[in-house]
Design a protein around this ligand. Structure first.
Ligand code: IYR
Length: 220
């Protein structure tokens, strides 16, 4: 069934000055975002999370298949199960799976196999990608799945930051335990685990540098 075209509703255009102001102020806000690893236990309103998920769900995707699933975890018993499973994977990662060069790179961040934030943070969002989706006749294949889910995830992180929340993009590998704990079907593959909340009092972040434009942009 072809999509029925409708006139594009958002045809207002900003003046150059307005665009400059809007782009500057958006960047000004977004550059304040930092990944945190120390979360406060304070709960956050589910409605805020849902609005941010709607923002994520508006992402572009291959043939508009929206090949993602977001599992929102606030139940302390399930957070604990996730922490235990993740720490087991991380222990084997840090003890023998990670190559030395990766461990050396991580030493700067000071991370290890302990993941208390998986229990302290009020909300975990497990993001799954769907290489195929259930349809009338079994399954239909999706396209540009990791690009689509990556874009939706970026929009989610941006929306959460804009709402005043902090996140940690966490990828305990492998993440197959998320299907089991969260009861997700096997055609959904864990993409990443987003830890969401507010910083703990006195939370620290490492000094990092973001590249200036000249280091990552070229003009032809
Ligand atoms: N998943 C591990 C290791 C890790 C990997 C990267 I790349 C990081 O930026 C940070 C950590 C962990 O979470 O500790």
């Amino acid at each position: 069934m072809p999509f029925t075209p409708i006139p594009y509703p958002n045809n207002s255009s900003y003046s150059d000055d307005e665009m400059l102001h809007r782009s500057e102020s958006f960047w000004g806000d977004l550059k304040q975002r930092r990944t945190i690893r120390e979360f406060s236990i304070a709960p956050i309103p589910l409605e805020v999370i849902e609005n941010c998920l709607m923002a994520a769900g508006s992402a572009p995707s291959g043939v508009n298949r929206q090949p993602w699933h977001f599992s929102v975890v606030t139940n302390p018993a399930i957070k604990r199960e996730i922490r235990e499973a993740a720490e087991e994977e991380e222990k084997s990662f840090y003890e023998h799976r990670a190559p030395q060069d990766w461990l050396d790179a991580l030493a700067d961040l000071g991370t290890d196999e302990h993941k208390p934030f998986l229990e302290t943070a009020p909300c975990l969002i497990a993001i799954f990608s769907e290489s195929k989706s259930p349809s009338e006749n079994g399954f239909s294949k999706n396209y540009y799945v990791s690009e689509s889910v990556g874009i939706a995830t970026g929009m989610l992180i941006t929306a959460l930051h804009h709402a005043g929340l902090s996140t940690l993009t966490h990828t305990p590998g492998p993440m197959g335990f998320l299907n089991r704990i969260l009861d997700r079907p096997k055609h959904e593959k864990p993409f990443l685990l987003l830890v969401v909340g507010n910083p703990a009092a006195g939370a620290m972040v490492p000094t990092i540098r973001k590249k200036p434009l000249s280091e990552f942009v070229s003009y032809v």
